[in-house]
Design a protein around this ligand. Structure first.
Ligand SMILES: Nc1ncnc2c1ncn2[C@@H]1O[C@H](COP(=O)(O)OP(=O)(O)O)[C@@H](O)[C@H]1O
Ligand SMILES: [Mg+2]
Length: 463
């Protein structure tokens, strides 16, 4: 523990005693401020806001008892230890009733004094530690850690801000694997009023079905074979905070009924229990499945679907916001440079072209992995095409990099091919990838914008 962060006030009218306490305490590393009488003690208290005050009971001007009363009136949580002379034990006990944490009797043992100080400051230290960790988390899951500027993502940002500000709203996050559902759930929790309470994450697809109910809701002692003691479920542990149900689309039907009860009544019942227990939490659910389709198939309860779908956040696939790929590359590269102590500052033009053109079926997760790999492989300060995996380099099986792709990369199938159809498809792909931006689509196809529009007209894609 860094004791220099803690200030201790030593107030005693005996100079020698003041000096010796200061010696002992500051040798341990604490910052020490002193006062020679009660009035000065209050002045120093107001000036330095000590974390702990040691007050002699008997002091001129204002007694230690009076200083204590004053401090307690201003700040009931203040930490005070009284220093009592021989024969003042009764007053020391009275001081404790007035709010002092402890007292030491003169002449005192140095180690004993230090032990008492440390014991009293321990909760303060823990609180600082927790506050530090919470602040770290808040930063780590700040909204600017979600990278992207595309229109589709901007809508997501607006929703995240609104949802973070309403800590009881149920949220459903959908999107393909790797689009950032987990990240968004954490950002919502850590930017909400529930941030200081736990966030409990459950992967509904990963827990065996017969265990899921007791995992979620806990169980009473002896409620089934193997259920030894009473056990708190994950839902109870999330109380006050956020319950994150990942892969909710894979939850078994009978559990869906219990989840519905939780959402409707805010109560749970432990396995083998008879009482309904109230809980106060926010549910965030995520899935990469199409829940409405699961409902049609009879695999997901319609009523639960409507309950969850109050505030849907749909995360776009990376190929729907291809323009964000270079931003993400930069973001991960900067982070890796910071964390790994290896500086890979730039990306070759061809390599960047490959990264921008690739369709990213594994979305941001795949892009992150590709960059991590390239960061390791890169010889100098630059990522080159050769640092990228074959599928990203483009052209399928070891073909030419997409940046310098030529028609030969495709090859002519034996049975021949409908050239018009190929052209139409490339056109559609380019437009999808650039979200309909004709200038960018034209650039991808090395066409002028007019030439692109001519072809769009030819294929009936323009009025
Ligand atoms: N928009 C984004 N900006 C920065 N990092 C992202 C973004 N989306 C996803 N990530 C990162 O990509 C990885 C996969 O995201 P994750 O949230 O686990 O996806 P999902 O839960 O949808 O499968 C994580 O490391 C996550 O931090
Ligand atoms: Mg996930």
């Amino acid at each position: 523990m860094d004791r220099s962060k803690y200030t201790i006030l030593v107030a005693d009218d005996e100079e020698l005693l003041r000096w010796s306490i200061k010696e002992i305490v500051s040798r341990k590393g604490y910052r020490v401020v002193v006062a020679a009488n009660g009035r000065e003690a209050l002045e120093v208290y107001h000036r330095d806001h000590p974390d702990l005050s040691l007050l002699d009971i008997q002091m001129p001007e204002l007694t230690g008892m009076e200083v204590l009363k004053q401090i307690m009136a201003e700040e009931p949580q203040a930490l005070v230890v009284m220093i009592s002379a021989y024969g003042q034990v009764e007053r020391a006990v009275a001081a404790c009733r007035l709010g002092a944490q402890d007292f030491v009797c003169k002449p005192f043992d140095n180690d004993d004094l230090l032990r008492r100080i440390e014991r009293i400051l321990e909760p303060v230290r823990l609180r600082h530690q927790v506050e530090g960790l919470l602040a770290d988390q808040r930063q780590r899951y700040a909204i600017d850690q979600i990278v992207g500027q595309s229109e589709s993502l901007r809508e997501v940002f607006t929703l995240i801000r609104k949802v973070a500000a309403t800590p009881n709203t149920t949220v459903l996050i959908t999107g393909e694997s790797g689009t950032g559902k987990d990240l968004v759930a954490k950002v919502i929790h850590h930017q909400s009023a529930r941030a200081e309470q736990p966030m409990v994450e459950i992967n509904c697809a990963a827990i065996p079905e017969h265990l899921l109910e007791s995992e979620l809701f806990g169980h009473e002692k002896g409620s089934f074979t193997g259920a030894g003691e009473r056990k708190l479920g994950l839902v109870e542990r999330a109380n006050g905070g956020t319950l994150f149900l990942d892969e909710v689309g894979d939850m078994a039907l009978d559990l869906q009924a219990k989840l519905l009860r939780l959402l409707e009544n805010r109560t749970i019942r432990r396995v083998g229990g008879v009482d309904d227990l109230g809980v106060d939490l926010r549910v965030i659910a995520a899935t990469n499945r199409d829940l409405s389709k699961r409902v049609e198939e009879g695999a997901f309860r319609a009523d639960l679907y409507y309950r969850l779908n109050v505030l849907p956040i749909r995360l776009p696939a990376l190929r729907e916001r291809q323009g964000d790929a270079p931003l993400l590359v930069r973001f991960f590269l900067d982070r890796l440079n910071r964390e790994m102590g290896k500086q890979v500052r730039t990306i070759g033009e061809d390599a960047l072209a490959c990264l921008s053109a690739y369709a990213w079926p594994g979305n941001v997760r795949e892009l992150k992995n590709v960059i991590e790999r390239a960061h390791i492989l890169a010889d100098g300060e630059r990522i080159e095409v050769s640092d990228l995996p074959a599928e990203v380099r483009g052209g399928g099986a070891g073909g030419a990099p997409a940046g310098v792709a030529t028609a030969t990369a495709f090859g002519l199938p034996e049975q021949g091919i409908d050239l018009e159809e190929v052209e139409r498809r490339l056109l559609t792909d380019a437009l999808a990838r650039t979200q309909g931006n004709q200038t960018q689509a034209a650039a991808l196809l090395r066409l002028g914008r007019d030439a692109l529009r001519y072809r769009m007209k030819k294929f009936g894609m323009l009025e």
